[in-house]
Design a binder for this molecule. Structure first.
Ligand code: SF4
Ligand code: SF4
Length: 395
């Protein structure tokens, strides 16, 4: 596999060569070689770390499977050394886990799979029904166990910890060998990481962390890591708006690679999960594995901040929320807008927005004096962004 690239990888997959165990010979078939071009070696993960005290080893660059439509991309990532894959029950309208199962079934015993299940704590949760949901995930993932089962998007961990039915379901799933480790994902790390330290539920946490909104939670991440909890970073591209920015062209380091290197420069994170929805994503992101944060990368990030500083909503900052008399879920609405416009997750964004209670939508913003804007330390035009996002997501 040393001279593998995505084109001969696809040939290999479609001709069944991996099933015959001959992947290491495929470089000679490279279409790039056939055309007289130098075949680029496939990038390889260079660094692996302990995932907290789980005993699992994870690559520094892992796989976020939030907007994946081609299962072979997962297998290509595995061949590049990626062994940690993150999905969720809700991704791609319940099809995300199916793609992960299809892409990894032949290497299941060599990879770590995390999936997440969302909870509405205002509704009754029943142990047996929850166990059935996890069992349905196992079926879609084509596996008999989930390595890390997470509660999806937790705002207040105490609601989960105090729910006997849910805790009892996870305990049963562990006892039955269907789940190895438990944890949660969160956009509210300032609160939930403290709660995680005080309880014994989470063995792995998945938190937002990037060069535009990471500093505040660093002491908490350190404390969590010291407790032996595995730490995984998500949303590492800070909105991923580089595609529209002129300043990102001709930089020595691609913006995405610079953003990955920034996250990896924090030793308190075990891994990160950039979304890989194409072969080129795999190649670009894996190539950043093990690389230090250098001056060129810092310059690239500084340019990005200069361009999007007053348009990117730092979802975890939440400073505008208490200023809104209408209790609008400002950061969540703007996050769904990012999913729609920059993450390639249009349908998912529309679904998330449809699920938001109507009293938390920006339905009365038009006639409001917008105190949320003066509360925003970054100068975002919050009101117009909310109105625009509402139009896009409710169309
Ligand atoms: S403009 Fe909308 S979000 Fe902002 S304070 Fe008014 S009602 Fe709340
Ligand atoms: S709109 Fe501004 S204050 Fe509100 S969460 Fe986003 S960045 Fe923070």
């Amino acid at each position: 596999m040393s001279r593998m690239n995505r084109r001969n990888f696809v040939t290999a997959m479609t001709s069944g060569l991996f099933g015959l165990g001959v992947s290491k010979h495929l470089g000679a078939d490279s279409p790039r070689l056939a055309s007289g071009l130098q075949a680029a070696a496939a990038p390889k993960v260079k660094t692996y770390k302990d995932l907290g005290k789980t005993g699992l080893k994870v690559p520094d660059v892992s796989f976020g499977a939030i907007s994946l439509f081609e299962p072979n991309v997962l297998r290509y990532a595995y061949e590049c050394g990626v062994t940690y894959f993150d999905t969720a029950e809700s991704y791609l309208r319940m099809k995300g886990e199916t793609y992960v199962g299809q892409g990894l079934k032949e290497v299941r015993d060599k990879v770590i799979i995390t999936t997440k299940h969302g909870q509405n704590f205002r509704q009754k949760i029943e142990k047996d029904a929850f166990i059935q949901r996890v069992e349905a995930s196992l079926k879609r993932l084509q596996t008999d166990h989930i390595d890390v089962a997470m509660i999806h998007n937790v705002d207040d961990l105490s609601l989960a910890l105090n729910n006997q039915e849910l805790m009892s379901a996870y305990a049963q799933l562990k006892k039955d060998g269907k789940v190895r480790f438990t944890g949660f994902s969160t956009h509210n790390a300032k609160q939930t990481l403290k709660q995680a330290i005080d309880a014994d539920f989470a063995q792995v946490v998945l938190v937002m962390y990037n060069h535009m909104e990471g500093k505040e939670i660093e002491p908490l991440v350190k404390a969590v890591r010291q407790k032996g909890i595995g730490t995984v970073a998500m949303k590492i591209f800070a909105g991923g708006m580089q595609g529209n920015l002129k300043s990102m062209v001709n930089q020595q380091t691609s913006y995405s690679q610079a953003a990955i290197r920034w996250v990896l420069s924090n030793p308190d994170f075990d891994t990160c999960i950039p979304t890989m929805s194409s072969y080129s994503h795999v190649e670009e992101y894996v190539a950043a594995s093990g690389l230090p944060l250098d001056r060129a990368a810092l310059q690239t990030l500084a340019l990005y901040r200069e361009e999007v500083g007053d348009v990117y909503c730092r979802v975890s900052c939440r400073k505008c929320l208490s200023a809104c008399p209408d209790n609008v879920a400002i950061n969540d609405v703007l996050r769904y807008g990012l999913y729609y416009e920059h993450y390639g997750m249009e349908r998912q964004a529309v679904d998330y927005y449809a699920e938001l209670e109507s009293e938390r939508k920006p339905l009365n913003c038009a006639g409001c004096a917008a105190p949320c804007q003066s509360a925003c330390p970054y100068g975002l035009q919050v009101k117009s962004k909310l109105l625009r996002t509402h139009d896009i997501l409710s169309a």
